[in-house]
Design a protein. Structure first.
Lengths: 471, 317, 269
């Protein structure tokens, strides 16, 4: 029996209210105009310089992520519920981080196994005992969501370290507004362009105690060869802060300084886009050329803030993910608003047995994997692929988790033949500092291949503008 | 401004100026090869150009004999040649991409446009591309970028670093072109004052787009002294050493004022300028043109190193 | 016993470097077994950074030296009053739970031989403390103290295969073997008042194993004992690199040479 998918535009032959304007819009757009507009969009992206190099694929370094002009739309009330759920999750994740680097109450209370936390690769002993400014470890929380019905949203995973993609959220909107101004006049769409301003305010709000003036914020990038360099430079530009590499910073005395044409300038908040392992060769990987020697000592003695804080990754591990609803109950005393996807831990023998027997129905992921690599989508795989993957899981069960194959919702998408439904997910970006904030929107990723459920840009996915309508 | 950002800005323009000089050199070579006899056969000018640009060894390793077609490819397209026009534009664009936020859209478009067209040129069959098309193309994009910088960049420190790159590279390049003419191109001392000598000087002027300006300013016969005066000492000549160093001091002074701090680079630039202002063309020939130019090239290198130390290295306190 | 320490480390660079940053675990903490009477760490021409007590209860202090510089001296001196606690670390405040010391590092990755050593040692142990003692004894038996047989980057597995090593190797092997038996273990660096009989570096290292009910207990397989009043404990970590008393990075192309002298004396009261 073929699964049924929730189509976000059409239900029972009717157009759902938030998509009403779009029906007229597409009806009024002949194929020639559409391809003209598509070409215009592509030229705009290329001119701005948004390109995306894909990890490990080689090829054209100036490749564009395909942009689909058909927007994805939420009503104000749909969004209100999502927003509450996302903020709730972001607060709980941060409470968890402060706890496990402090007294570890949730472990003592037996609500999560000590092994999952303290033997986790992402647990950083070097930050144990720190409560960062305002008790925030993860300042930008990217929550990946999928929808399976009108009111059914599931969290696929949390990203507490340095979720990427927000530049697409901003640029997609910019380009849509430039190309289709009339659409925006008709359909009261909430703006997303305050994101950089809120991000900057969020970062400034977590300046260290030793900072006694207007804090200097910088973005730390691995460098211009990194696939996300465009995003780093874009955000720095919109926030009006410097984009630095490790070589631009040095530690002297109690502070971190950046090298400027006017001499050293003290840096107070570092929004880093490099992994923990690389930020300080004295503390972590000694061979890292990307980081700043001595940074961790300055951080620990309150001379600088690092966002996200080192060690934040222990909260977004796929094995820890299972316990997020528990965190919400434990720290906030609330009922989780967003659901988790049921998850089987292959590390548990009985669950492993179930997973191996049902591989053809399940999605199996590596615990620490990302970008859609090292995963199996059972229903879309051949017998041989499944057999081969089973061997990998058996060889190292602790490295895998499995989830049911979700019936991801679809949104109409422009394809060669016209318009057809394609599966989507959603990544909103929640900002946590003095306040917890969320701009109304996010990055909608779309699986452009017919029937595909994998939305990752590295696997043939594209992006859409995401609209949240005003009341 | 972040020192590395200043460094990137400075290298954008150094590379673009260098690309333009390479185009001018190619032009000189092409014109000179049209002249029937130099006593040493058809190749020698091209050979000289390779020597002059310091790329003879790399070329010989890759292509062997200096055949014009190969030299054109080597100077224009070859990414193995770090001074080729393609390499220079590629590096200028990469430097620009790194500091995209410090550039206006127009400046980025000018550079990125050149880079994208370059890639299109690379895909076209070489037989469709005349040398003059390629050199004109380079000059046009170079001019476009300069116009975009002058027309749209804020007059802040970034603008000064962009200009420092231009003028330091130009000072160096003009001195080298002059030196090449004198010590590389001419087959022997006995040719000084000969028809060949004059033809080469004229070619050089043309390559510097200064042929007509020169005649307006000096008139009459083309002589080595007049040319040296024009390209070294004349404050009205846009590519002269004097003009380049004067512009360098202007931008170093602006930076010093803006940052409220005088630097060693500033004093050095002023000293070099003062010397040029007091030098007469006869002094240059008394010292020996080659000796003078060698000394000058060294001074410019020192000046570049000082700019690096005080602004670009980030080590300045 | 009162121990007096003088520990001088000199770094020399063949070409002057742009600057140096060091992170020091060079200050002993006070707990039941040791009380710091006087202590100082001086870096010539160095600018002290912010100091802090890390999650494991050790005092960390950074120093930076502005370049160009071609020589740096770190001078540690002080007096510590010590007591024999049979290796038990008592009264030492820390945040890190023992489970965090079960993860492998490159230097302490367990191979089959290390696992076998650990398995054989704990088999038949009466209780966790007995198991820890048996592990330490097994390591002392398996590896002879031979200076120069190994180097700073030798792993536990390599040293065990050679059956020779110095205190660092003994500690790594004990840690690896203990962790392979799910016993939390960590590396400790410090000083040792050397007896005349053993030719020993005074800068010393040993291991601590977690014993439920007792807490962290030190074992020194190189000297077949538990740390007593001859030992000063400086700091701990996952392995030798992590617990190093001095970590530093110089900016610049120069190559570095190192000169270390350590003198420990027992002072009359």
């Amino acid at each position: 029996m073929a699964p049924t998918y929730f189509n976000e535009m059409y239900q029972n032959g009717q157009v759902r209210p938030p998509y009403r304007h779009l029906e007229d819009w597409t009806a009024a757009m002949p194929a020639e105009l559409r391809s003209l507009k598509q070409a215009e969009a592509e030229a705009l992206f290329r001119r701005i310089g948004i390109t995306f190099a894909v990890y490990g694929e080689g090829g054209d370094p100036d490749r564009l992520i395909p942009f689909d002009m058909f927007p994805r739309v939420f009503t104000a009330s749909e969004w209100a519920r999502l927003e509450r759920g996302i903020k709730q999750r972001a607060r709980a994740l941060n409470a968890f981080l402060v706890d496990v680097y402090g007294r570890g109450e949730i472990v003592r209370a037996g609500r999560i196994p000590a092994r999952l936390v303290y033997q986790n690769e992402a647990y950083e002993r070097a930050v144990a005992g720190i409560v960062p400014p305002r008790g925030v470890y993860s300042h930008i929380v990217g929550i990946d969501l999928v929808r399976t019905g009108p009111d059914d949203f599931f969290v696929l995973e949390d990203n507490c370290r340095t979720p990427s993609g927000v530049s697409y959220m901003l640029e997609n909107r910019e380009i849509m507004m430039r190309m289709f101004p009339a659409l925006f006049r008709e359909s009261r769409i909430q703006p997303v362009d305050r994101y950089p301003e809120i991000l900057r305010r969020t970062l400034a709000s977590v300046a260290p105690t030793k900072c006694d003036s207007d804090p200097t914020v910088v973005i730390l990038t691995p460098g211009h060869f990194n696939s996300a360099y465009y995003e780093h430079s874009f955000l720095a530009d919109l926030m009006g802060v410097d984009l630095v590499e490790g070589q631009d910073l040095f530690v002297e005395g109690e502070f971190v300084w950046m090298r400027t044409t006017e001499g050293p300038k003290k840096v107070d908040v570092i929004y880093r886009r490099i992994d923990d392992a690389f930020i300080d060769p004295l503390c972590f990987r000694p061979d890292s050329m990307l980081g700043v020697p001595g940074l961790m000592d300055v951080y620990r003695s309150g001379g600088v803030s690092i966002c996200s804080a080192p060690g934040a990754g222990v909260a977004d591990d796929k094995a820890v993910y299972t316990f997020v609803p528990e965190m919400i109950r434990f720290y906030l005393g609330e009922t989780p608003i967003l659901q988790n996807v049921p998850t089987w831990q292959c590390s548990k023998p009985d669950e492993l047995t179930y997973v191996l027997e049902n591989l053809s129905e399940l999605v199996v992921k590596e615990v620490h994997g990302s970008g859609g690599y090292g995963m199996l989508v059972g229903p879309k795989s051949t017998k041989e692929q499944i057999a081969a993957f089973a061997e990998r899981v058996k060889a190292d069960p602790g490295n895998y988790i499995a989830q049911p194959t979700l019936a991801l919702s679809t949104v109409p998408t422009f394809v060669d033949q016209g318009i057809a439904p394609r599966h989507v997910d959603l990544r909103p970006y929640c900002l946590v500092g003095e306040r917890v904030e969320l701009v109304p929107g996010g990055l909608t990723r779309v699986a452009l291949k017919d029937g595909s459920l994998v939305v990752n840009s590295s696997q043939g996915g594209g992006v859409k503008d995401t609209w949240v309508l005003a009341e | 401004m972040l020192s590395r950002t200043a460094d990137n800005l400075y290298w954008i323009t150094r590379y673009m100026e260098r690309a333009e000089t390479m185009a001018r050199l190619l032009d000189v070579g092409a014109r000179m090869s049209l002249l029937p006899s130099t006593g040493e056969g058809y190749h020698s000018e091209w050979e000289s150009l390779l020597q002059a640009s310091g790329t003879a060894e790399g070329f010989a390793r890759k292509y062997g004999d200096p055949v014009q077609r190969n030299i054109e490819s080597y100077f224009f397209f070859d990414r193995d040649n770090p001074s080729s026009i393609a390499s220079c534009i590629g590096r200028a664009r990469e430097n620009a991409r790194i500091v995209r936020g410090a550039l206006t859209t127009q400046v980025w478009d000018a550079l990125n446009g050149a880079f994208q067209e370059m890639r299109a040129l690379e895909r076209r069959p070489r037989s469709e591309l005349d040398l003059s098309v390629l050199t004109d193309w380079t000059m046009r994009h170079s001019a476009q970028l300069r116009g975009a910088i002058d027309g749209t960049q804020l007059r802040k420190d970034g603008w000064d670093f962009l200009n420092l790159g231009y003028f330091l590279e130009r000072a160096d390049n003009t001195a080298r072109l002059l030196d090449v003419k004198y010590y590389v191109l001419l087959p022997g001392v006995e040719f000084v004052g000969s028809g060949l000598d004059n033809y080469q000087w004229t070619t050089l002027l043309r390559a510097m787009s200064a042929h007509r300006a020169f005649h307006w300013a000096y008139g009459g016969e083309v002589t080595a002294r007049k040319i040296a005066d024009f390209l070294i000492l004349n404050a009205a000549s846009p590519r002269s050493l004097r003009t380049s160093i004067e512009a360098t001091t202007v931008h170093l002074d602006r930076l010093a004022r803006g940052y409220g701090r005088t630097t060693a680079a500033q004093s050095k630039a002023r000293a070099v300028l003062a010397e040029l202002a007091e030098t007469r063309v006869s002094d240059i020939f008394d010292e020996g043109l080659h000796e003078f130019l060698t000394r000058f090239i060294r001074e410019v290198a020192t000046l570049g190193a000082l700019v690096h130390d005080v602004y670009l290295s980030g080590d300045q306190r | 016993m009162i121990l007096s320490v003088l520990h001088v480390t000199t770094y020399r660079y063949d070409t002057p470097v742009r600057g140096v940053v060091q992170s020091h675990r060079l200050t002993p903490s006070s707990f039941e077994g040791q009380k710091v009477l006087r202590w100082s760490v001086e870096v010539e021409g160095g600018l002290p950074g912010g100091g802090y007590r890390d999650g494991a209860g050790d005092w960390v202090q950074s120093h930076s030296v502005r370049g160009p510089v071609s020589e740096i001296t770190v001078r540690v001196s002080g007096d510590v009053e010590t007591r024999d606690m049979a290796g038990v670390l008592r009264g030492h405040r820390e945040h890190v739970p023992p489970e965090a010391y079960l993860r492998e590092t490159v230097a302490t990755a367990a191979d089959v031989a290390l696992r076998d050593l650990g398995q054989a040692a704990v088999t038949g142990a009466r209780d966790p403390l007995d198991a820890a003692h048996r592990l330490a004894a097994a390591v002392s038996e398996a590896v002879a103290y031979v200076p120069g047989a190994t180097h700073a980057h030798t792993t536990a597995a390599e040293a065990l295969a050679r059956a020779e090593g110095v205190c660092q190797d003994h500690a790594h092997i004990l840690i690896a073997a203990a962790r392979s038996q799910a016993i939390p273990a960590r590396y400790v660096s410090g000083y040792l008042l050397a007896a005349d009989a053993i030719p020993h570096e005074a800068a010393h290292a040993w291991a601590e194993l977690w014993v439920p009910g007792l807490g962290w207990v030190g074992f020194d397989p190189a000297n077949r004992c538990c740390p007593d009043e001859r030992f000063i404990r400086l700091g701990s970590g996952d392995d030798a690199r992590d617990a190093a008393p001095i970590k530093g990075i110089a900016r610049g192309p120069g190559s570095e040479s190192l000169d270390v002298t350590v003198a420990i004396q027992s002072v009359q009261q």
